[in-house]
Design a protein around this ligand. Structure first.
Ligand SMILES: NC(=O)c1ccc[n+]([C@@H]2O[C@H](COP(=O)([O-])OP(=O)(O)OC[C@H]3O[C@@H](n4cnc5c(N)ncnc54)[C@H](OP(=O)(O)O)[C@@H]3O)[C@@H](O)[C@H]2O)c1
Length: 317
């Protein structure tokens, strides 16, 4: 196997840290750029990983970051922006990929793997998130002088995810009843381990150049089913109240003004179309997608808590 020197933007996040662990296992040399190096000291324990600090938007950071690499992976993405007019999404999902393409050209880097999202659609996306992700994807696929592969996963689950774990946390602190917006929204959740495996297998496979891959798990769930399952597995017995559409929208309008924007109008709009794949998992990767039920109990449930406890005990003794 050829080993590469790979620059990973967004390598400090949920997917990125899993991807770093997977690629480090194959002996690749990795560079990760983060705006907060101190928060990601865990990455430093991986062999062959160098963590650099700075903003990828700054050419004085991006250029030295990619210099000497032969592959760039861009995982940077946001679910919510600071403002409300779409400019934050544009910056993260369109302007940054443009800067990454230019940096690849300046440094003679030919291989680019890019993270888009299922539902990304420059013209018909319902939300700023989906339209900006679609424009970013179009942009990288149009870079004909680079060997580009893009990935479009549905919601990704796994230890450290922000989706199911967030609901497990909210359910735990909500007394008795839990009002749930967009209960009929549909998702085909995919395991983070399968997503990063696709990156690892695509890396040296020229058949993936110029292609975009939808990535989904084996089953479609409504949002209500997912939250009920999370409640059952995490032992938070709450009555979940599915909200009608008008109340879901109202909740989004209120919550987007709360600190951390736990839910926004843009998130609400992203749920308008089913987040499901139209076909099976891409055969080229030879992966059987992992069911949610095979993984979630280990990080949401009591077994997960016991494992964490045992790990902590192990560290302290
Ligand atoms: N998680 C999912 O369910 C899911 C589903 C479909 C697609 N995706 C896509 O997959 C990618 C990774 O998702 P994730 O769940 O791993 O996200 P995450 O945990 O939130 O990580 C996001 C990463 O992007 C970087 N980042 C965020 N905002 C940035 C900004 N304004 N400028 C520079 N860097 C920024 C962060 O770096 P710092 O260390 O500097 O903060 C972090 O490394 C994203 O593109 C996302 O849209 C995710």
């Amino acid at each position: 196997m050829t080993t590469h020197t790979i620059a990973i933007l967004g390598g400090s996040g949920f997917v990125g840290s899993r991807l770093c662990a997977r690629l480090a296992r194959d002996g690749h040399t990795l560079r990760v750029l983060t705006r907060h190096r101190e928060r990601h000291r865990d990455l430093l324990v991986l062999p062959t990983v160098e963590v650099m600090e700075g903003s990828p938007h700054d050419p004085a950071t991006l250029d030295p970051f990619v210099a000497g690499c032969d592959v760039v992976i861009n995982l940077v993405g946001i679910l919510n922006e600071r403002g409300h007019n779409g400019s934050g999404f544009e910056r993260a999902h369109v302007e940054l990929p443009r800067k990454v393409i230019e940096a690849c050209r300046r440094h003679g880097i030919k291989r680019l793997l890019h993270m888009s999202a299922l539902g990304a659609d420059a013209e018909h996306g319902a939300s700023h998130y989906q339209r900006s992700k679609g424009r970013g994807e179009q942009l990288v696929l149009a870079a004909a002088d680079l060997n580009v592969t893009t990935f479009r996963p549905s919601v990704i689950f796994g230890p450290g995810d922000s989706f199911l774990r967030r609901f497990a946390g909210l359910l735990r602190i909500t007394p008795l009843m839990f009002p749930l917006a967009c209960p009929t929204a549909r998702f085909q959740t995919v395991y983070v381990g399968d997503v990063v495996e696709c990156y690892a297998r695509a890396l040296d496979d020229p058949r993936t150049w110029g292609h975009s891959y939808d990535l989904c798990g084996p089953r479609v769930y409504t949002f209500l089913e997912l939250v009920r399952y999370t409640a059952a597995v995490s032992g938070a017995a709450r009555r979940i109240i599915p909200l009608p559409d008008w109340a879901s929208r109202l909740q989004a309008e209120i919550f987007e003004w709360l600190p951390g924007k736990p839910f926004s109008r843009d998130n609400y709009l992203s749920t308008r179309h089913a987040n499901v794949c139209s076909g099976p998992f891409p055969a080229i990767f030879a992966i059987t997608p992992t069911p949610l039920e095979a993984i979630a109990p280990y990080y949401l449930g009591k077994a997960g808590k016991r494992q964490q406890y045992e790990r902590l005990r192990g560290r302290e003794s």
